[in-house]
Design a protein around this ligand. Structure first.
Ligand SMILES: [Zn+2]
Ligand SMILES: [Zn+2]
Length: 254
């Protein structure tokens, strides 16, 4: 099972329009910290599945020569995760293939409120709990997203192995960690800053220090941090078993 990080940035991408911090300056100079909004491409058993549809989706699919998709899964209806869904609408117009787009139940209505015409071409489905696709069991679960309310994550299981994609979360209760984040081959976890100084009530995504406390507790075999803002320099070292994603990075999940 192969994962391609189509985008590894947070909601505003890196560099920020307005910012001259060291990470944004580096992103402009060499591009090592240059990041689009987040999406993943998952390839398994001859199928391709997209997770999330950020505003840069068209460019991301072109860059990786993706001309067919078997399904798409969306985590929640924020712009950095669904702003490119209009490109999926165009995509199926030309491929002519039906494209199931799974959206967790609470996000499904919000998505269709914004884009009521999507179902005229896309097979938009509300996902209540789990579904089998490409030989994987996909389970969606709701996670707290701080000031932004709620988001969803996905746990993918096959052959007795599991990975979780959880780009947007904050203050994930220990009971939920124990239920969903145990025994992971791979945890792909969103972290916007190394240490975010903003007041708690304004925050919406884990910082790296909090994320490291979470992984010390649930102990995934491997952790990849994504959804990275300009508070993260991806050249900064991480403890063993942890790494930062970068746009275009390809990994074997197992
Ligand atoms: Zn986000
Ligand atoms: Zn979000």
């Amino acid at each position: 099972m192969r994962l391609t990080f189509l985008g590894s940035g947070d909601s505003q991408g890196v560099p920020r329009w307005w910012c001259d911090c060291a990470v944004c300056a580096e992103a402009r100079a060499t591009g090592r910290n240059c990041r689009d909004r987040p999406a993943l491409l998952l390839e398994r058993a001859g199928t391709r599945t997209l997770i999330d549809a950020p505003p840069e989706l068209r460019r991301q699919l072109v860059a990786h020569d993706v001309r067919s998709l078997d399904a798409a899964f969306l985590t929640h209806s924020h712009n950095d995760h669904v702003g490119g869904v209009v490109d999926l609408y165009d995509f199926v117009r030309w491929t002519g293939a039906a494209l199931p787009v799974f959206v967790p139940a609470r996000s499904h209505g919000m998505l269709l409120e914004r884009y009521p015409w999507l179902p005229t071409r896309l097979d938009v489905r509300s996902l209540d709990d789990c579904v089998e696709r490409s030989g994987l069991r996909w389970t969606s679960f709701e996670v707290p997203h701080g000031a932004n309310g709620f988001a969803y994550a996905y746990r993918l299981e096959a052959d007795g192995r599991a990975l979780v994609y959880m780009p947007d979360s904050l203050d994930v209760p220990e009971a939920l960690q124990d239920e969903r984040l145990r025994d992971l081959e791979l945890l792909v976890l969103g972290t916007s800053f190394w240490r975010e100084e903003a007041p708690r009530e304004q925050r919406s995504v884990l910082d790296v220090e909090e994320a490291l406390r979470l992984t010390a507790r649930v102990r995934p075999r491997r952790t990849i941090f994504t959804h990275l803002g300009h508070g993260v320099d991806r050249d900064r070292p991480l403890p063993a078993g942890h790494e930062f994603a970068r746009d275009g990075m390809v990994v074997d999940a197992w």
